[in-house]
Design a binder for this molecule. Structure first.
Ligand SMILES: [Zn+2]
Length: 72
């Protein structure tokens, strides 16, 4: 299960920090951020509660980059 989210991040460095934080979140199998298009693609583990996982992803990303936004 893959979903694409619109994000807002100011630089490529922050986007790679967000990508790493997303990958470490429970329920996430893989994550890729495209800084140019400001999009986050998340691949979820089978049976993951996507709403709950994305709340954790947002929390984790805010921790590494308080200025970022993910439009859930
Ligand atoms: Zn930055």
């Amino acid at each position: 299960m893959k979903k694409v989210y619109k994000i807002e991040v100011d630089c490529a460095n922050c986007s790679s920090k967000m990508e790493a934080a997303t990958k470490k979140t429970a329920g996430v199998k893989d994550a890729v951020i495209n800084f140019m298009t400001q999009k986050l693609t998340v691949e979820f583990e089978d049976g993951a509660d996507i709403t709950a996982v994305m709340k954790d992803v947002l929390k984790a990303c805010k921790k590494v980059e308080s200025d970022c936004e993910i439009y859930l």
